[in-house]
Design a protein around this ligand. Structure first.
Ligand code: ADP
Length: 395
């Protein structure tokens, strides 16, 4: 029996799942939050759903992993560290260096750290997680699974920006896309649910969470996606602006007396999107609660729906058709009204949602009506199982 861990390390958090492979059954899961802050939170949920929660001062990722491994033994989820045969790590940016997951060597780790210039918030934290496990379990295979690698099948026509070509040659500036593991998982599941070969399907995958992106998947390969060089581009998101005219930047900096470009980017990353338009919240549930009386909340919701609809139209055009539209992530899986509003008005594609089938949350389900030419699917994403599968494939 193989036990494989899937790790998602942030700068102050570490989420994990322990799988029994190849069965893909979850033996335990948990998280460490507030790493480096007083009273870090620590939780482990075992296979029976029993959760142990603790608070402790956890100074860094090494300590977090130490505590986690100790707790696995204490709760008898494992008897010996040797039972863990591989650890897979989610890594945000793989640039042009990684078009697939890889076993982490010293060179790979150095490259992940170098690619921090593409994902300054994420890659350094991901690398810290990798190092922490390597320090404590030096003999166990580590695999890096990149959010970008699924999109490395995009061709130049899609991934190049229309700027001097030398910038691409010199600095690799191009569209990379993110959420690749999620788009890959849901497109594979869509083919299985429809009982059709993935190679024959044109799928538009809508990963709608706090961070959100749409991906055109033709024959199982990503051909275009809405995020860009960084995850700031594309859809209106919880706090991110999505696509804007970049000339706004110098204009606003002058008008608002903002002197540093980094402050301006911070506004686009943290104070924009649903939060910026509504002036209320980045959370869809808050906006729905106020929608009836607060025009700004309603406006933010309409902008969100509209941007998704426009990307669906663009990707149906790019692929010359669409067989399935998939909804996933927090909003995609739970927001009944938003799904309905996005699909309503796609009658030119003969895509119709069935309101009764759509009246559900967090389950795998076909939600299109009988007479829809396009299958509309709700598929809860599972990035962790994809990480565990890649560990098994590569170890
Ligand atoms: P991320 O992983 O990118 O942080 P999630 O995938 O968890 O984000 O999605 C968070 C979003 O999902 C929030 O906008 C939240 O309001 C929305 N969401 C979660 N549950 C519901 C629900 N029941 N109805 C509507 N929106 C929901």
């Amino acid at each position: 029996m193989f036990k494989t861990m899937a790790i998602n390390a942030g700068s102050s958090s570490l989420k994990w799942k322990l799988y029994k492979m190849p069965e893909e059954s979850v033996l335990a899961s948990g998280m460490v939050d507030r790493i480096g802050l007083p009273e870090s939170l620590f939780s482990v949920t075992d296979g029976d759903g029993e959760t142990v929660k603790k608070t402790a001062d956890i100074a860094d990722h090494d300590q977090a992993v130490q505590l986690l491994l100790k707790q696995l033994i204490e709760q008898q989820i494992i008897k010996d560290f040797k039972e863990i045969t591989g650890v897979g790590h989610r890594v945000a940016a793989g640039g042009e260096s990684f078009s697939d997951s890889v076993v982490v060597t010293d060179e790979v780790l150095a490259e992940i750290e170098k690619l921090a210039e593409l994902a300054p918030l994420h890659n350094p934290a991901n690398a810290m997680g990798i190092r922490a496990f390597k320090n404590l379990l030096p003999d166990i295979v580590s695999v890096a699974v990149f959010d970008t690698s699924f999109h490395q099948t995009m061709n130049k026509v899609q991934y190049l920006y229309s700027i001097p070509y030398a910038f691409y040659e010199k600095h690799h500036v191009r569209k990379y896309g993110y959420h690749g593991t999620s788009h890959k998982y849901v497109s594979q599941r869509a083919a299985e649910m429809l009982d059709r070969p993935l190679e024959e399907l044109k799928i538009i995958s809508c990963h709608l969470g706090n961070g959100a992106s749409v991906c055109a998947v033709d024959g199982g390969k990503s051909v275009d996606t809405s995020m860009g060089f960084t995850p700031l581009a594309g859809l209106t998101m919880g706090t991110r602006a999505g696509d804007i005219d970049v000339s706004l930047l110098p204009f606003l900096m002058e008008k608002e007396g903002i002197t540093a470009i980094s402050d301006m980017i911070e506004i686009l990353n943290r104070d924009s999107g649903l939060k910026g338009v509504s002036g209320l919240s980045s959370d869809m549930r808050d906006l729905h609660a106020k929608e009836a009386d607060d025009p700004q909340a309603a406006l933010a919701l309409r902008i969100f729906e509209d941007r998704v609809k426009k990307y669906i139209g663009a990707y149906a055009a790019l692929m010359n058709g669409v067989d399935a539209i998939v909804f996933t992530a927090g909003i995609g899986e739970n927001d009944i009204q938003t799904r309905e509003h996005i699909i309503n008005g796609l009658s030119y594609l003969n895509a119709f949602i069935d309101p009764e089938r759509n009246d559900c949350r967090g389950v795998e389900k076909l939600i299109s009506s009988e007479h829809s030419d396009v299958s509309i699917l709700l598929i809860p994403t599972d990035e962790e199982v994809m990480i565990a599968r890649d560990v098994e494939r590569l170890k």
